[in-house]
Design a protein around this ligand. Structure first.
Ligand code: SAH
Length: 417
C-alpha cells in the first residue's frame, strides 16, 4: 500500500504531531507504554482512539460487521466478548440473504420518485410491499433490473391509485406477549393506528410500532367504555383516511370478542379487513395452569360459555352443561359464581365437582384457586378480573401438571424414589 502511495509510512517513533489533522487513531504497537501515550495524546485532542485488543485504552471499539453494503449490521460486545460477537456474526451472515445490499441500493434509487409520487402516509405501505415482495429479491439476485423496475412501477401505480386503508382484527392472546402469533407481531409493527381495550397487556402494547397512534376504548361493561357503535364508526373513519388500523383484542377476536360485529360494520362501509386469530383465554389459562381442557380419562368435549346474552339475559341450557365427560370454561363469569354454582347443582351436577378459578392467566401475576362447585362462591371472593372459571374433573390434573411459576418441574414421587 505504501509503495502504491495509498498510505503514508513514517518509519519513526511515535510523536504527538502525527495526530495533527487526523480524525481517528488506531494504535497497534506491541508496547503498552507507547499505546498508552498514543491513547492519552488522542484523548487530549478529543480524537477517537482504538488500541488493538485493549478495550481499556480505547474510546471506540470496532464491531464485527455483516456487510451487505449499503446495508451494514454491526455487532459489538464493547470489547467484553469478541468471540461471542463473531459467533453471532456468523449466524447473521447465514441468515441475511446476499441480495440485501442490492435491495437497499435499489430502494435508494427509488426514494426520490416515491417521495414525489406518494404522500408521506402512503410511503411506508409501499416500501413494505415492495421490499417484502419475494419477486423483487429474486429479480435482483439474478441481476434482472428490468423485472425489478417493472415490479416497483406496478406497485407504485397501485399504491398511488388505491390509497385505501384497511382494518386488521388481531388477537392479542391472554397476556403473555410470547403467545402472540408472528402475523400479529408483524401487523402491530406496521400499524398506523391501534385500537385496543382493557384485556390487552402492556407487554403486548410495548410491541406496537412506536409512531403508531394508540387508542384505548375502555373497559367492557363499565360506564367509561366507548360504546360499540362508536368503536365501529372510528374503525371506519380511520381506515377511510388511508390508515392501517389494527383492532387489537384480548385472546381470540372471534371468541366473546364481538369481532364479528365490528367486521359487519366494515363490510357495510366497503373497507377491507383481515382477521388474525389469537390464543383464547381458555387455551392460555389451561396450559399455564396445567389443566388440560380434554383428557381421555376425564373429558371428551369442552364448552366455552358466556352467561351474558346480547340483552344481558341469562338464556343457558344448564341441563346440557351438566352432561358427563365434558369441561366447562366460563368467560366473564367472576361476578356470577353464586349463580353458576347454584344453577349447575340445581341441574344435577354433583356439589363436589372440581372447579378452578384462574386469575390473570399466563401473566406473572397468575393465580389458580381450586375447590369444588359448592365452594365456588367463596373461592371467588378476593379474585380479581380477568378471571376464568373451569369446571370438570380435568381440574384435578392441575395438581400434578402445574408448571408455570414453578422453578423446577413437577415431581413424580414414584419416579423420584
Ligand atoms: N376474546 C377473549 C375473551 C374476551 S371476554 C379471549 O378469547 O380470551 C373477557 C373474559 O375473558 C374475561 O372476563 C375472562 O373471563 C377471560 N380472560 C381474558 N383474559 C384472561 C386472563 N389472562 N386470565 C383469565 N381470564 C381471562
Amino acid at each position: 500500500l505504501a509503495d502504491r502511495q495509498i498510505l503514508r509510512w513514517l518509519k519513526e517513533p511515535f510523536s504527538p504531531w502525527h495526530m495533527d489533522e487526523m480524525w481517528l487513531v488506531i494504535a497497534a504497537t506491541n508496547r503498552r507504554e507507547v499505546n498508552r501515550q498514543v491513547f492519552e495524546e488522542a484523548t487530549r485532542r478529543r480524537l477517537f482512539c482504538n488500541v488493538v485488543d485493549d478495550p481499556e485504552l480505547s474510546s471506540f471499539v470496532m464491531p464485527s460487521i455483516v456487510d451487505r453494503s449499503p446495508l451494514l449490521v454491526a455487532i459489538s460486545s464493547a470489547g467484553q466478548a469478541p468471540v461471542l460477537a463473531r459467533l453471532l456474526r456468523e449466524q447473521l451472515e447465514a441468515l441475511l440473504p446476499h441480495h440485501l445490499g442490492k435491495l437497499a441500493e435499489f430502494a435508494g434509487r427509488w426514494r426520490e420518485r416515491v417521495k414525489a409520487r406518494l404522500p408521506a402516509s402512503a410511503r411506508r405501505g409501499f416500501w413494505e410491499r415492495l421490499l417484502g415482495a419475494d419477486r423483487l429479491g429474486q429479480a435482483l439476485e439474478r441481476c434482472d433490473d428490468a423485472a425489478a423496475t417493472r415490479l416497483a412501477e406496478q406497485l407504485l401505480d397501485e399504491q398511488a391509485s388505491a390509497r385505501r386503508g384497511e382494518v386488521v382484527l388481531v388477537g392479542a392472546g391472554p397476556g403473555d406477549p410470547g403467545l402472540l402469533t408472528l402475523h400479529a407481531l408483524r401487523h402491530l409493527q406496521q400499524a398506523d393506528v391501534v385500537i385496543y381495550d382493557r384485556l390487552v397487556s402492556k407487554e403486548v402494547l410495548a410491541l406496537v410500532r412506536r409512531d403508531a397512534h394508540q387508542l384505548f376504548v375502555g373497559k367492557e361493561r363499565s360506564h367509561h367504555s366507548v360504546p360499540q357503535d362508536e368503536i365501529n364508526q372510528r374503525l371506519v373513519e380511520e381506515a377511510r383516511q388511508g390508515h392501517k388500523v389494527v383492532r387489537l383484542k384480548g385472546g381470540d377476536p372471534f371468541i366473546f370478542g364481538r369481532g364479528g360485529e365490528e367486521l359487519e360494520a366494515l363490510i357495510g362501509s366497503g373497507i377491507g379487513f383481515q382477521v388474525i386469530p389469537g390464543i383464547t383465554a381458555a387455551s392460555g389459562c389451561s396450559a399455564y395452569a396445567g389443566i388440560p381442557l380434554t383428557h381421555r380419562d376425564h373429558a371428551q368435549s369442552v364448552r366455552f360459555v358466556s352467561i351474558h346474552g346480547k340483552e344481558g339475559a341469562i338464556e343457558l341450557n344448564w341441563r346440557a352443561l351438566c352432561e358427563p365427560k365434558q369441561t366447562l370454561v366460563f368467560y366473564m363469569g367472576l361476578s356470577l359464581c353464586p349463580l353458576i354454582s347454584e344453577q349447575l347443582q340445581h341441574a344435577g351436577m354433583p356439589a363436589n365437582m372440581p372447579v378452578a378459578l384462574i386469575e390473570r392467566g399466563t401473566t406473572p401475576a397468575q393465580r389458580v384457586i381450586s375447590g369444588t362447585l359448592e365452594q365456588l362462591p367463596s373461592l371467588a371472593e378476593g379474585v380479581a378480573s380477568p378471571a376464568l372459571i373451569m369446571v370438570g374433573s380435568v381440574v384435578t390434573l392441575g395438581q400434578k401438571l402445574a408448571w408455570f411459576g414453578h422453578s423446577s418441574p413437577p415431581i413424580n414421587p414414584a419416579a423420584a424414589s
